[in-house]
Design a protein around this ligand. Sequence first.
Ligand code: ADP
Ligand code: ZN
Ligand code: ZN
Length: 723
Amino acid sequence: MYCDVIIDQDAKALDRVFEYKIPDEMDIDVGMRVYVPFSSRVLQGFVVGVKEVPDYPPNKIKAVISKIEDFSAIKGEMLELMKFMAEKNHLKLASILRLFLPSEMREGKVKQLFETFYSLNDVDFQPAKNAVKQRALLDYLREKGKTSSSVLGEMFGYGAIKNLYEKGVLIKEREEVVREPFVLMSEDKRVKLNECQQNAINSICENKTYLLHGVTGSGKTEVYMNLIERVLLQGKNAIMLVPEISLTPQIMSNFKARFGGLVALLHSGLSAGERFDEWKRLFSGQARIAIGARSAIFAPLENLGIIIIDEEHEASYISESNPRYDTHDVAEFRAKYNACPLILGSATPSIESYNKAVNGQYQLLELPVRANGREMPSVQIVDMLNELRAGNSGIFSNQLLAGLVNVVNSKKQAMIFINRRGYSSFQRCRDCGYIAKCADCDVSLVYHREDERLKCHYCGRQYRVLDKCPKCGSEHIRQGAVGTQQVVSKLQEMFPDVKILRMDNDTTSTKNAHQKILAEFKNTKPAILVGTQMIAKGHDFEDVVLVGIIDGDQSLYQTDYRSTERTFQLITQVAGRAGRSASEGRVILQTYSPKHYVYKFASNYDYKGFYRKEDNIRQTAQFPPYTRILRILFSDHDENYVRELLKVCYTEIEQLKYQYGDDILYLDAMKSPIKRIQDKYRYQIMMRLSLNHADEIEAKAFDIVDRASKTSVFFEVNPQNLS
Ligand code: ADP
Ligand code: ZN
Ligand code: ZN
């Protein structure tokens, strides 16, 4: 017998199937990992096929050396998924397969965790009078029973343990310990579903994609849990994705409370060992619900009954580093393979997804009111230019300050949100709010410090930096934004006795830091939590009555066509933090562009109105979902090589214009905005395609690039971030 093997190496030259002979005495199944000889080395590989007749002459085929594990780590569905992703995302086979296994397993680093335990042997023994520690240890074991070596060692010293063990007084055992990720505990609060929730659940019965549009606080989590419960009763399994688990500890604890050990967590905050153990629990069927960030979509579960993507609009569902893929595509594939429904949930669906719902590709389900019957908090828009004119040049408007004083006096809580997305990258007039935009593309220009230029990230056109506002002549040009630290210290000055907590990248770099900060906030009154995007997500704090948004515009003037959409999403999410329980909530939104349509729609919670406007703009300006943007990114240590490659590919891709004419709306080659990352030079080809022949043109462009290049080239469709 022979087998097809994909070598576990991330190299373009090895990106194909190699044939090996299966030794007679060896049992090999599809999906197993094996050691194989390659050139003069021994490499790991994945068996993707077994066959009787090889394609190569049998005498030229080497034999498999040994199996790595005795089971198929990659199951049939995942091999199909590999083919799908290779085709769709132009990825290398090995780099896809790697996504399916915990990296610890591939590197063979994580061994099962065993610990030594001691208990009392049934012998008569009296320690010496002066052996105080031995005596204490024996007393402890008599009371508590079997205890781990590390606990005993810590309390009584390892000398005492060793001594007693050698005398035969202790029994030693090695036991496997399963590492359980840390989860805040909570009670399982079962609620009676309201009519909307019940309707949504009843509607979800077919094998298709549903878009669950539910306002913040409408009880989507409860819907998810009920759906999953139903699926478990059918004997099937479930995957539920959340944008970033450490940001949504509450969802986690709710699921653990309801489903206990059936839940497994997969996310980046886990230690290598924890992740491996969680993977194993899913693989073996011990756990049947995989919850996690993006990568949990690859959970080793068979027989899926439902896949849920919560906060489906979040950018984190798109992998922006190699291997690049969109979780939605993978979820759709798995849902189809398992013939199960796919649920996309959000209070602010992406324009693309809502467009599909409008077109009937997705079925729309709505939860239009908050589950607890509370009103949405009122949103007040404050014009910061007015504040400036009135002599207030500080970070906080007078309205926000007055609001904070109120919160403090009434011993409640407030959140201050600082938008850091795309910060410092654009230039703005402080007096009239003017922002420099590209004349060709209608997106804001990015300020590049190193060569003192403003650049358009879509077409590459360059502009001089502003020293004076072209609109009002003012010289007060500002770049960048206020930081969390600055806001915290200002607040602390004004409210010396109030606890001010800070949550941003700096304060959350250690394990479980998020949970600790959130737990402290929960227990402190009055208190103000200052934070970035991290505080915008599903936290449920009863006493937050005021939410301040320092600089709503930050994401508005980003440099991509999704900027306005992102702003709408952020405001809605952040506003959803206020007044979730009995007290009335209020949101104060500070902006330099109060007239922008996004604020009108966001402050009225008018998603549909916003969608219609935005969808219209996308159509007129020829942006996705009405076109496809394709970025082909070349990067290499050798700048001459990349430049040459770029030229060759560009010239050939340009020929496609003869065939496809107007279907290629835009085509250009340029340096990437970040010209060098990790000492690799970066160049790119940008294309905008009409949807008529987008797949075809993309495939041809890929072929051209693939043939010309000896290294990897990255293809990105509608990229989130053009750095
Ligand atoms: P979403 O995820 O849609 O923002 P959540 O699922 O966090 O909303 O629910 C908001 C709050 O409403 C939670 O505290 C939840 O326990 C509560 N809740 C959900 N469904 C109901 C219901 N049917 N009746 C009463 N409270 C509910
Ligand atoms: Zn101006
Ligand atoms: Zn441009």
